[in-house]
Design a protein around this ligand. Structure first.
Ligand SMILES: *Cc1c(COP(=O)(O)O)cnc(C)c1O
Length: 411
């Protein structure tokens, strides 16, 4: 089976269904799942050359696997990077990146609003190995600049953040990093390459939790790092080979097929999120809505520039809103009432699923923080996060209305 070579300069939508390794001799139209731990070598001399890295070829699936390579090629093509390396989870991607780029005595600057496990991993776990870290405001560029030290090697950002959807200026952070001889890594989980391609704004490395929008149907745990061929081959591949935070072929295949519908899912789910956010802003029981696609969002202009689909600004598919109470207790009671009154939404902390999910950040994802830390982060007991799925918008509104309508009657 001879494989057709893809032309240059294809659009993201085309790459999302076409970029992959060559078809096998059977000419399968849907990419094959190579569920094998090792690969048979034609002879001992070839095996020796492949182990010595003198010849390309598959050896063992902890190192590489053709299904994983297909996922990597497709995601790299969509992010506009030269290369990609799949990992067993989003956190494994951050672990691999930190192990590959940092050593004792190095310094990392990270947004204080990134994913909770990322703060723990960079701040506490890598702190044990002598890596210094400074956590700064998501939105205040001057704080990032002021935190630079002679030993700063890495700036790490995530945009928009969970659950308040704060946006950081990727280009401004890339400039600060590069002026200091450091790299900028961006966790692109919430937007995915369908909405935001951070390398085009100057970022050096892209982190993904494939668990979220890339799979998109809530099936597998997966992760990836995209970047230059040199960074991935020289800094990350050797660690992957010895440490083994490998993406399984099965999970890679699920993500590979998920990528085919990423763009249309992101459009439809973002449209649902915008409609919900707009509607929620007009509801009497709702004190505030956090969604980058609303003009009331403090970084609306930046978001509309940085996150686009088909040339249009796009807020993404995650929003949060506050139902107030007279005190902390009643705010929590009101939030629980809205969540528990839903009959369609799934009560789960995951996001990026075709099924709409609803969660109470203060007692779940941010439950380990003290009340004072939560106050500082702006995550009150009345806050509810919704990650919009593909259900009909009228059913989603009705589902939230069930609880919101009753709020006035709650004591
Ligand atoms: C979920 C998530 C991660 C971690 O990904 P896992 O696949 O669960 O390990 C990292 N960053 C962000 C922004 C996430 O939402």
């Amino acid at each position: 089976m001879s494989n057709k070579k893809l032309p240059e300069n294809l659009h993201l939508d085309t790459l999302a269904v076409r970029a992959a390794v060559d078809k096998s001799q059977y000419g399968e139209n849907s990419e094959a799942l190579y569920l094998t731990s090792s690969f048979v070598q034609p002879d001992a001399a070839t095996a020796a050359r492949r182990f010595a890295n003198e010849e390309e070829g598959y050896i063992y699936s902890r190192f590489t696997n053709p299904t994983v390579t297909s996922m990597e090629q497709r995601l790299a093509a969509m992010e506009g990077t030269e290369a990609c390396i799949g990992t067993s989870s989003g956190m494994a991607a951050i672990l691999l990146m930190c192990m590959g780029l940092l050593k004792s005595g190095d310094h990392v600057i990270c947004s204080q609003s990134v994913f909770g496990s990322t703060i723990k991993l960079i701040g506490s776990e890598f702190g044990k190995f002598g890596v210094e870290s400074t956590f700064v405001s998501q939105t205040d560029v001057a704080e990032w600049r002021a935190a630079i030290k002679p030993n700063t090697r890495l700036l790490f950002a995530e945009t928009p953040t969970n659950p308040l959807t704060e946006i950081c200026d990727i280009r401004a952070l890339a400039d600060i990093a590069h002026a200091a001889g450091a790299l900028l890594a961006v966790d692109n989980c919430f937007c995915s390459p369908a909405l935001q391609q951070p390398v085009k704004l100057g970022a050096d490395l892209i982190i993904h939790s494939g668990t979220k929008y890339l799979d998109g149907q809530g099936r597998v745990i997966a992760g990836a790092i995209c970047g230059t061929r040199q960074l991935i081959d020289d800094k990350l591949v050797p660690i992957m080979r010895s440490a083994g935070m490998t993406l399984s072929a099965f999970n890679a295949w699920v993500v590979l097929k998920g990528l085919e519908t990423l763009s249309i899912r992101m459009q439809a789910q973002s449209a649902n999120a915008l409609a919900l956010a707009t509607w929620l802003e007009a509801q009497p029981g709702v004190a505030r809505v956090y969604y980058p696609g609303l003009e009331s969002h403090p970084q609306y202009a930046l978001a509309m520039r940085q996150q686009t689909i088909n040339g249009q600004g796009c807020g993404g598919a995650v929003l949060s809103f506050d139902v107030n109470g007279s005190d902390v207790e009643s705010a929590r009671k009101n939030a629980f009432h809205v969540i528990d009154s839903t009959q369609v939404c799934s009560i789960t902390a995951n996001l990026g699923d075709t099924k709409t999910t609803i969660t109470h950040p203060a007692t779940t994802s941010h439950g380990r923080l003290s009340e004072a830390q939560r106050q500082a982060a702006g995550i009150g007991q009345g806050l509810i996060r919704v990650a919009a799925g593909l259900e009909h918008i009228d059913d989603l509104k009705a589902d939230l209305r069930r609880g919101l309508d009753g709020l006035g009657r709650l004591k």
